[in-house]
Each structure stands twice: as C-alpha cells, then as structure tokens.
Design a protein around this ligand. Structure first.
Ligand SMILES: Cc1ncc(COP(=O)(O)O)c(C=O)c1O
Length: 420
C-alpha cells in the first residue's frame, strides 16, 4: 500500500466514523440497487451520506448532521435548496388541484414559452424532461434540416446520457472512444471531436469535413469539462464556420443558462446559435428541459412539416409541476436579475479565491476555475484543480482530464468535502 492509498483508507475510516448512517445505508442499498444507487456521481466513496432535509445552503444527513452543500442539485438550485418562492408556488398549485400529471395541455405552458422567448430568445420552443433528451432532439432536428449526419462536439464535452454523443467525454490517452457499450461503430464514426477554445483546430475540422457536418454542439461556457468560459474568438470562429458551411450551431446552455444572467450566456457574447438547449435551473428543481431556436428548424417536429422529426411523445413532457417550478424560477430570476447575479458573482469570487487561499496556506497550489472573462461576469460556481505544471492556463478539458493528471493537472469534483 502506498502513501496515497493509506491516506485514502484513513480518510474513509474517519468519514465512516463521522457518518455512521451513510455506512449502514450503503450496506443496505447493495442488496437492492445496482452499484448502490442510480447516479454514479452521487455515489462517492466510501459511502455517500443520505439526505433528509435540505434548505438553502445546508442539507441534513440521516444522522441529523448539517452539511454545507456546494453541489446544489448538480448546479440546479441557483436559489439554494427548496427556496420558499418555489415551494410555496408548488404548495398553492397542489392545493388548487394543479401539479401531478394530467395528460391534458394547460395555459401555463404557453405563459412559460412566452416568458422564455423574452428571456432567452428563440423563435419557437418545445419542452421535454431532461437535458439529455433536449440535446438528442436538437441534434435530430439539425440532421433532418441539413440532410447530413456528422455531429461535431467537444472532446471532454458532456451532452447527457443519450446515444448520439456518448463519445469523447472522458480522457483515456485522448478522447477518441465510445463512452459506453451498446452503440454501433457507425454511430461513433459519425461523431467528430473538436478541442475547446482552439480556433485553428476548428478551422481544420471544417476544412476537412465542413460539407458533411450537420451540427456543432458545444457549451458556450463549459460546465462538466472543467468550468471554463469560451473565448470570444472561439465562439466567433464557431459562428463564422458553421454559417459558412451550413452547419447548425447548437449551444448547450444546460449549465450556462440562467447562471450569469436571467437568460442564456450567448447574449453576452452577442452570438446567436440556430438552436439552444436548457435544463437544470430552467426547471426550478423539477425535471424540465427546453429546446428552442429558429422556426424553420423547430417546425420539423411540428404538424406543418409532417412531424418529420420525432421530437414528440414523453408522458411527462411539460409536466405541470415542472412547468410551475420552472416558470416561478425564471420569473423570479428575471424580476431580480440586477440584485441576484452581481451578488452570486461576488460570493463565487470569494469562494474561489478563499479555497485557493486555504490550500496555498498549506503549501498546495490549486486553481479554482469558474471565473468570468471580458464578456461573462463572475458566477457562483467553482471547480478545483491541482496544477503540477505551474503557468498552464486552463482553457480546455484536456488541461484537466483525469489521465493527464500525472502530466499536467489533477482535478477534484465541485463537491465540498463533507466535513472530514
Ligand atoms: C452541459 C450538459 N449538457 C447536458 C446535460 C444532461 O442533462 P440531464 O442530466 O438533465 O439529462 C448535462 C447534465 O449534467 C450537462 O451538464
């Protein structure tokens, strides 16, 4: 056993002493749930604490201990856990007989679509239930619109657990591999990978394949790949190349949407994609996602175009409680935009620099990414990286990939260590 393993074992033992309920429940879960639960990110070692109550910044575990939570529902809870503004709207809705699935359309869906048009633009909107589905539908629309099949995505980019882009998410001596079994080689061959914030690489990819690329899907502010902003130059290059080659530009705003302002981050860059996808914050803690964009593309899933694209169905699409939570959240963020976002930026900056300072005092250099740039203001998020190569700027997921850990950077998740 090396020093690292010994340290981990010791931390694990101390954690289980501090969180006995977590250990007991972990043993119990093993008999019913594959891998102990249903979302790997939540199942951290040696045993995740189980949540009882959650309010604001705090969650309470099964032993009644309060834990400061920086994870906030996969970065969804921009107003903290269970904010009264949303829970009260839901309670009132349920009391008035509105909330669980009816399977019948309601007017809130139109109200919400109108509100979103004002806040995020997009000529037409359709709701679905998850970010993964939203991205899958956006790609299907782009393929149908262009009559092409190649998908360009970022190496290290995550567009959710849907079959079309499960390639090149994790780093294993590079990104050129499928993330899962069960997909055909042909599907994988149709996904090309670009390097984030590298305009020359993008130009080369378009020179080689531009006429066959249906869509370029990317986050205009990269979340899962390491919390880093796109440079203005990169997004401008992306816009110019996609326009030139007739490729649909899709902005995945599932993390960046409503994080820097009460709308998409793309408006701060002044760059309009053909399609955008939103989820997380836009559902106010409920399963809701949005695809929006140009009418001539969106219409391909509508009746006028013979529903060519099967962006349809979904028992829980535009679920009443999700519409209510999402509408209430977006309305609140829009009404309080000028107070909320500068304050989130100030607190985020304090957290990022504070975390770096604490490590630096212990003689460990860390970089906490999540800062704004010349067009994107600061936000409330931060991700911790351990540089072993001082001076390397973190502008692409490759700089923080796990396998590159020994060469360049080590990375932890954004979850605060739970008190160990
Ligand atoms: C950038 C990005 N796109 C897509 C998704 C998938 O969204 P969902 O988990 O709602 O399917 C996520 C989820 O973390 C994400 O971060």
């Amino acid at each position: 056993m090396n020093d690292n393993d010994r340290l981990l074992e010791d931390l694990g033992r101390r954690y289980l002493e501090a969180y006995p309920h977590a250990g007991r429940e972990w043993d119990r879960a093993a008999d019913s749930l594959i891998g102990g639960g249903s979302h790997t990110l939540r199942l951290f070692s040696p045993a995740p604490f189980r949540i009882g109550e959650s309010r604001g910044a705090l969650v309470t575990d099964g032993d009644g201990q309060e834990i400061l939570d920086f994870w906030q529902g996969h970065y969804t809870n921009i107003l903290g856990h269970n904010p009264p503004v949303i829970t009260e709207a839901l309670t009132k809705g349920f009391e008035a007989g509105y909330g669980l699935q009816s399977g019948i359309v309601d007017s809130l869906q139109i109200d919400f679509a109108e509100l979103l048009q004002r806040q995020i633009g997009g000529e037409r909107i359709r709701f679905t239930t998850s970010g993964a589905l939203a991205n899958q539908y956006a790609i299907m629309l782009a393929r149908a619109f262009t009559n092409r099949s190649l998908i360009l995505k970022i190496g290290g980019g995550w567009q959710g657990a849907q079959a079309l882009t499960l390639k090149g998410v994790s780093f294993r001596d590079g990104y050129d591999h499928a993330e899962t079994e069960g997909l055909s080689q042909d599907m994988m061959d149709r996904v090309l990978l670009a390097r984030y914030n590298d305009p020359a690489n993008l130009e080369e990819l378009f020179r080689q394949h531009g006429d066959e690329i249906a869509c370029f899907i990317l986050e205009p502010w990269m979340g899962m790949g390491g919390f880093m902003a796109a440079t203005v130059e990169y997004l401008r290059t992306a816009r110019e190349l996609t326009s030139h080659y007739g490729t649909v530009l899709i902005f995945d705003e599932i993390i960046s949407g409503f994080r820097f302002r009460a709308g998409g981050v793309h408006t701060l860059y002044g760059i309009e994609p053909e399609l955008s996808t939103y989820a997380k914050i836009v559902g106010g803690g409920m399963p809701l996602a949005v695809v929006c964009g140009r009418e001539e593309i969106m219409r391909l899933c509508g009746p006028e175009a013979g529903r060519r694209v099967k962006f349809d169905g979904g028992t829980f699409s535009a679920h009443p409680a999700a519409l209510l939570a999402g509408f209430t959240t977006v309305e609140y963020l829009a009404a309080h935009e000028d107070e909320i976002y500068p304050e989130l930026g100030r607190l985020g900056e304090k957290m990022r620099r504070g975390v770096e300072e604490v490590f630096s005092r212990a003689g460990i250099p860390v970089i906490c990414t999540g800062d704004g740039n010349e067009v994107v203001p600061d936000s409330s998020v931060g991700m911790l990286h351990f540089p072993v190569d001082e001076g390397l700027e973190i502008i692409s997921p490759e700089h923080v990939s796990r396998r590159a850990l020994h060469r360049a950077y080590r990375r932890t998740s954004a979850v605060a260590p739970p008190g160990v």
